[in-house]
Design a protein around this ligand. Structure first.
Ligand code: PMP
Length: 301
């Protein structure tokens, strides 16, 4: 993810990325007790713009708050630091990974009183690739929201994502589709799921999913285009008769779904609403729409 001269931000300093280390007694390492974000910056006509920086850094603060991990940086500070970091790395299009963790050696199960902040950036293509995905319903469920705060982007939750994704690949599929504890379709290991039926879109409601920022963007774009979007619980059987489907996420962007457990959707992805929204999403993130998240200094000017 980083070439030899890559710079990262670590606890108030810009450092060589390969020099940024963490001790083996760090509390976060032992208990998966850390939170992170996945953000993208795009090269736009107005220069490099971090897409929805505010929403992402606010979610990072939210994730810290719900698990009791202190974070002493404001949204504006983290945004400014990230712009500076992108500049230092000469990156215009980039994936941005802030990680808040507890590096202090501590084997207790008490919330730490201090935390560490890493921000790493790298050049990363669409996480799930460009090709339409062959999904499979996973034997692993998403974590029960009564057990862990599933709307927070907690490092430890991604054990579920890794094992579900690996299991799907081991059975020859591209990616997993996970159900919630009630058997309703929730989301992928690192992306939300939508399907199209009778010209309308359907996606899982808040509750057992990470409410993706891309998901929100797509819902806004669809509604602006006059498309009805239902946020409702649905079972895998309801995918029968669907015209198309897609997944959304910051890293994955908008990627078509070809089939679920070998059942293909009625239309090729390029003829579906998902393809139209994927195009609109690209136009938004690389165009004037990204302006909402320009640096504080410029916003105040
Ligand atoms: N669900 C999960 C489990 C994820 O990890 C992600 C990626 N952050 C998403 C959904 C999509 O969220 P976003 O659009 O905010 O990147």
């Amino acid at each position: 993810y980083f070439k030899s001269n890559t710079v990262a931000f670590l606890d108030g300093e810009f450092v060589q990325a390969d020099q940024a280390t963490c001790g083996v007694y760090a509390q976060s390492l032992h208990y998966g007790y850390a939170v992170f974000e996945g953000i993208r910056a795009y090269n736009t006509p107005q220069g490099t713009q971090i897409f929805k920086a505010q929403e992402h850094f606010e979610r990072l603060q939210y994730s810290c708050r719900v698990i009791g991990l202190p974070l002493s940086y404001s949204v504006e500070e983290m945004t400014e630091i990230t712009y500076e970091l992108l500049e230092k790395n000469n990156l215009t299009d980039a994936y941005i990974r802030p990680l808040v963790y507890a590096a202090t050696p501590n084997m207790s199960l008490k919330c730490p009183t201090t935390s560490n902040l890493l921000i790493a950036v790298w050049d990363w293509g669409k996480y799930l690739g460009d090709q339409c995905l062959r999904l499979t319903v996973s034997p692993y469920e998403r974590p029960n929201p009564k057990a862990v705060p599933i709307e927070a982007k907690v490092a430890g939750h991604y054990v579920n994502s890794i094992i579900a994704s690996t299991e799907a690949k081991n059975r020859g599929y591209d990616e997993a589709l996970l159900l919630d504890m009630n058997g309703f379709v929730a989301e992928g290991p690192g992306a939300n799921f939508f399907f199209e039926k009778n010209g309308e879109l359907f996606t899982a409601p808040a509750g057992s999913i990470l409410r993706g920022i891309t998901r929100n963007t797509i819902i806004d774009l669809a509604r602006e285009a006059g498309i009805t979007v239902h946020e409702k619980f649905f079972r895998p059987a309801e995918l029968q008769g669907a015209t198309g489907a897609f997944m959304t996420g910051t890293a994955a962007e908008v990627v078509g779904v070809e089939s679920v457990d070998g059942e293909s959707f009625a239309k090729p992805f390029k003829e579906t609403l998902g393809a139209m929204l994927a195009e609109q999403y690209q136009a938004l993130v690389t165009g004037a729409g990204a302006l909402r998240s320009r640096p504080l200094a410029e916003r105040q000017a």
